[in-house]
Structures are given as structure tokens and as C-alpha cells.
Ligand binder design. Structure first.
Ligand code: CAO
Length: 447
């Protein structure tokens, strides 16, 4: 009998014991060296794209990421741009791999207590709600620090302190206010936004770096800190070369810009079309099939060092002895003419043939690859940059895997969680709740 009692006591550990065991499990690296962030637990209060990009990266690097979602609703992107009825959208699944999901309303009395327990048990908290939203939940930074002085608390906001700090911001607003739109597109045409999500995913990346740095600093100080990243700042950082050009403009026209010698420069950096940002003459040229294929183009860079090889390849050896063409200075006023002539040649080749011919000659170039081509590219599948994932409701889908490759911390992409899939598991293993407590919390609508 006594033996039996002992056994059942073992089978039903106390809440404290459960926490300790869960903590130990989370903190003991799996496998030989574990993953880079094994043992780090992240309280993920993110939604839409910028925040989830950051926490997905942390999860890929090995952190245990607990995504907190509103009961009954979840991250709004679960239902946005849905391609299959009643199934989590690709928008959601592709930004939330390798995470666990708990539904929790921190604004309810029981939810508030659970949230405080999660703050105690986590190393990092990430959020990207509108300014003040977490404070309104009852958790200003001062309180978070008090609950857990080791907490690294990271936020994405649209703007830093200043006139727009209270604004809500989406991707394209960040591109427009961070200098990308004013410098993207063609001279005399409307500003353009780019397909690369530099405001959302770009800022998420910046934030992830800040978090990892703060965790490293915590190793020395024992203390957490606040990490903030404004989307405007993130975009401007990525547009650094354009602020460079803004200052160069004070000393004369920007010679590598297509409007040089054609249209006078104004007071601000103009749009540069497809000119290369590094000062080497470059342009997008048509390739064979361009009449019907919108992506039959190549980028070709005619830098001085590769110019002789390029001239020979396109059958214009005469350029090498002709003073009208044989120096960068001579070519500068007629780069448009030069690329027109190069294009006459590229139009006789497919974009892949252009690459095959020019690349061995050290002429920097690259085909314009469509999403379809990227999705089907075997080398990207091989490196795990494009991965096929299986989802219980949607079936197989493709995603972009971790672009950051660590030799001792390989990423295995795991499907995104269903809404609240891990609620019980997290309440039991992290918060330390008993079955009854979980039921009570559910009855009150806290989870
Ligand atoms: N339980 C209960 N309530 C919850 C909750 C939960 N688990 N999670 C969030 N909420 C509440 C918040 O408390 C907030 O309520 P209050 O406004 O009453 O305080 C509300 O849900 C969500 O707030 P929000 O204003 O952030 O959401 P929104 O859809 O109106 O705005 C966005 C979205 C992205 C514009 C805004 O969050 C924002 O500007 N974020 C910062 C910038 C950013 O990351 N933008 C990138 C977006 S990706 O393109």
C-alpha cells in the first residue's frame, strides 16, 4: 500500500516540482551541444508580421517560444488572405513555425495572474502591439522588471520617440516614412514600395539581434533590459546608402544616377531606377522571351574590371580601343546607350544563358528569378532555405526556412501551432497549474 502511495505521489508531482522539471527540461540543451538558444524561453506577444518574424527566428535558433493569443480569435493573420476555408492562412503559418500557442487574456483577473507567472518563467518577452497596449494590460516595463529582473523586454513600434510615436504602422507606411519609397522607382514617376518586407521582417530581424545581444549582456550583468526597434529606423538603416547619397549631393550631381547629364538634380536624393547603389554601372536588361515572360530579364553590372570581358562576350571588342568607350569616364555620359547595346546581345540569350556566359568571365550578373522559379530551385531546397512543411489541416506547403545557417545549430522547421494547441501543456509545465486550476481558468474565459 505504502509502495502504491509512493508511486502515485511520483506520478502526480506538485506544481513547484512540475515547474522545476519543465524549467530543467527547457534549459538542458538537447543533443550534444543543443541549439544556439536552447534553454531560452520567449513570451511571444506578437502579431501580424514584424514581431512574429523576430520570434520565429529565435525559435529556429532553439528558443522555446510561447505565443500568447487572444482566446477564441488568435493572431488576426490566422484568418487573413486565407486560401483554404477554415484553415490557418499561409500568412500565419509561414511566420509562426517552431512555436507553441497558448490562448490567454491577460486583461482578465485569472489571465493577469497567469501572465505574471509566464513573465517569471521566461527570459525574453517580445511584443508589437500598438503603443501602450501592454501597459494597458497592466504590465508596464517597471512592473515586468519587478516580476523578473532578468527579463529582456523587446518591442517593435512604428516610430521611435517623437511626433509620431503614438501611430499604428504597417509595412508600407514604414517603407514610405523610412526613405525607401522616395528612393525606389523611376525618375518622374510615383514613389514605389518594394516587395521585400523591409519594414516588418526587416525590423523583426533587427529586433532579434538586439535580443540576442541583450541576452549576452545579461550573462555578465545578471540583468535584463528593454530592447526597442522602430520600423522607421529599421527601414532607414536599410536605406543607409541613400542617406550617403543625400550628403554627396551637396558636392555635385550623382554621376551614377540615370538622370546625370539628362535632368537636373533637385535638393533630395532622387529615384534611381535600376541603377546599382554601389557606384558600379548596372541595369536590368531584357533577355530572350521577354515579350511574353515578365521575368525574362537579367541584371548586368559593367564594372571597369570586367568591362573588357563583357565587351568581348557581346562582340564589341572595338570598345576596348575606341576612346569613346574604353574608359569609365568616357562611358559615364552614355550608360543608357551602353546598356541598350548590351541588351541587343542579352535578348538573343535566355537569362540563364546570360548567367552561364558572363559569370565565368567575372562579369557580375544575375537572372531575375520569379517566385515560381525560386520555389522550384533544387539548390534552395537542399540548403533548407525553401522547405516543405506538413500541416494537419492544410497539408503540405512551402515556406522560407531559416536564412541564417549555423554549423552547430541546424534549423529544423516545424509547422506552426493551431490556436491554443499547447494551452494545457504550458499551463501545466510552465505555469505549474493543476488540472483543476486549468479547468477553472478555462471557465472564467481567461484561456
Ligand atoms: N487578449 C486580450 N486582448 C489582447 C490580446 C490577448 N491575448 N492580445 C492583444 N490584445 C488586445 C490589446 O490589448 C489591444 O487592446 P487595447 O487597444 O484595448 O489596449 C488590442 O488587442 C490590439 O491592439 P493593436 O492596436 O495593436 O491592434 P490593431 O490591429 O488595431 O493594430 C498594428 C495593428 C500592427 C497596426 C499595431 O499593433 C501596431 O502599430 N503595432 C506596432 C507596429 C507594428 O508592429 N507594425 C507591424 C505590423 S505587420 O504589418
Amino acid at each position: 500500500m505504502a509502495k502504491k502511495k509512493q508511486k502515485s505521489a511520483k506520478a502526480k508531482p506538485t506544481a513547484r516540482k512540475t515547474i522545476k522539471t519543465a524549467k530543467k527540461a527547457a534549459r538542458s540543451p538537447k543533443g550534444k551541444g543543443g541549439l544556439a538558444l536552447s534553454g531560452i524561453r520567449v513570451l511571444d506577444m506578437t502579431h501580424v508580421q514584424s514581431g512574429p518574424t523576430c520570434t520565429q527566428l529565435l525559435a529556429w535558433l532553439g528558443a522555446d517560444v510561447i505565443k500568447v493569443e487572444r482566446p477564441g480569435a488568435g493572431d488576426a493573420t490566422r484568418g487573413q488572405l486565407r486560401d483554404v476555408p477554415n484553415v490557418d492562412s499561409l500568412y500565419f503559418t509561414m511566420l509562426n513555425h517552431n512555436k507553441r500557442s497558448i490562448t490567454l487574456n491577460p486583461k482578465s483577473p485569472v489571465g493577469n495572474k497567469i501572465f505574471a507567472r509566464l513573465i517569471e518563467e521566461c527570459d525574453v518577452m517580445v511584443e508589437n502591439f500598438a503603443p501602450g497596449a501592454i501597459d494597458r494590460m497592466g504590465f508596464p516595463w517597471e512592473k515586468i522588471q519587478k516580476i523578473n529582473p532578468r527579463m529582456v523586454y523587446a518591442s517593435v513600434k512604428g516610430f521611435g520617440p517623437g511626433p509620431y510615436e503614438e501611430c499604428k504602422v504597417y509595412e508600407n507606411v514604414a517603407q514610405c516614412t523610412g526613405g525607401s519609397a522616395s528612393t525606389t522607382g523611376e525618375i518622374g514617376r510615383v514613389p514605389l514600395v518594394t516587395g521585400a518586407q523591409i519594414g516588418d521582417s526587416g525590423t523583426g530581424l533587427h529586433l532579434a539581434l538586439g535580443i540576442v545581444a541583450a541576452l549576452l549582456q545579461r550573462e555578465r550583468t545578471g540583468k535584463g533590459q528593454r530592447v526597442t526597434c522602430a520600423m522607421q529606423d529599421g527601414v532607414l538603416n536599410l536605406c543607409r546608402v541613400k542617406l550617403r547619397d543625400q550628403q554627396r549631393l551637396a558636392h555635385g550631381p550623382l554621376k551614377e544616377y540615370p538622370q546625370y547629364l539628362n535632368i537636373p538634380f533637385g535638393p533630395a536624393v532622387p529615384r534611381a531606377g535600376n541603377a546599382s547603389g554601389g557606384g558600379q554601372p548596372g541595369w536590368i536588361v531584357k533577355c530572350k522571351g521577354w515579350e511574353t515572360d515578365p521575368d525574362a530579364y537579367s541584371y548586368v553590372i559593367a564594372q571597369a574590371a570586367a568591362f573588357p570581358a563583357l565587351a568581348k562576350a557581346i562582340g564589341r571588342e572595338d570598345w576596348l580601343t575606341d576612346p569613346k568607350w574604353n574608359t569609365p569616364e568616357a562611358r559615364l555620359p552614355k550608360l543608357d546607350k551602353m546598356f541598350e547595346i548590351i541588351e541587343q546581345w542579352t535578348m538573343t540569350k535566355t537569362k540563364f544563358e546570360v548567367m552561364d556566359i558572363l559569370n565565368p568571365l567575372d562579369v557580375p550578373c544575375g537572372p531575375i528569378l520569379s517566385m515560381k522559379e525560386l520555389a522550384e530551385e533544387p539548390s534552395l531546397r537542399k540548403t533548407g532555405t525553401v522547405v516543405e512543411v506538413d500541416h494537419p489541416k492544410r497539408g503540405k506547403y512551402l515556406t522560407v526556412g531559416n536564412p541564417i545557417k549555423l554549423s552547430a545549430s541546424p534549423t529544423k522547421v516545424v509547422r506552426s501551432p493551431l490556436l491554443g494547441e499547447h494551452t494545457d501543456e504550458i499551463l501545466r509545465g510552465v505555469v505549474g497549474f493543476s488540472k483543476n486550476e486549468i479547468e477553472e481558468a478555462r471557465k472564467t474565459g481567461a484561456v
